[in-house]
Design a protein around this ligand. Sequence first.
Ligand SMILES: O=C(O)c1ccccc1N[C@@H]1O[C@H](COP(=O)(O)O)[C@@H](O)[C@H]1O
Length: 206
Amino acid sequence: MKLKVCGMRDPDNAREMVEGIHPDWMGLIFYPKSPRFVDDHSAAAIKALPVDKVGVFVNASLTEILHKIVLFGLKAVQLHSGESVAFVEELRQKTNVLIFKVFSVNEEIDWKSMEPYLENIDYFLFDTFTEAYGGSGKTFNWEILLDYPFEKPFLLSGGLGLENIAAIKALDSKIPQMAGVDINSKFEMEPGMKNLDLISRFRRDI
Ligand SMILES: O=C(O)c1ccccc1N[C@@H]1O[C@H](COP(=O)(O)O)[C@@H](O)[C@H]1O
């Protein structure tokens, strides 16, 4: 199962995380209203670390996303708001990084509305709905995902913690398209500062 550790912004904490955990991806949140917002100075320091970086964007312009991809050597972008199909298509044409399209889950998922994105993205990512866009620390009802109708792989997110390991593995065994997990606020000492001991335990047991 792939592992994305999101919301890193302290270069020392990020380096220790990469050296100790070797995640598949590290997420950098470029949304100024997030308590995990990474400024350009810190992102530049993190750029050199040997891990694939995912830029997380909320209501960002195409120009901003393309600029950050080049500036920080991003390998993927996570589109965490209501980006249109046309927006994603244009992004796909202008860059070759992986695209994760987020769908925030409230009570239900409208599978039909996801279909037009299929040809221009690499992963769907399911997160718990929150007015703050992400980082809620809450899980959603994963039963909904048992009806997942596409071949496209997806990542599970939203409030994942050590207490969810057994349930994550059970879900993973039932849905072949589930490619990995995205962890964030449940592994923090404070917003943006990860507890590496907790992440190691998660990595070991997942
Ligand atoms: O973490 C944030 O502050 C955040 C803000 C805006 C958009 C995305 C954000 N984080 C993403 O939220 C999910 C779930 O996080 P959590 O486990 O519930 O804390 C994760 O994908 C982060 O990338």
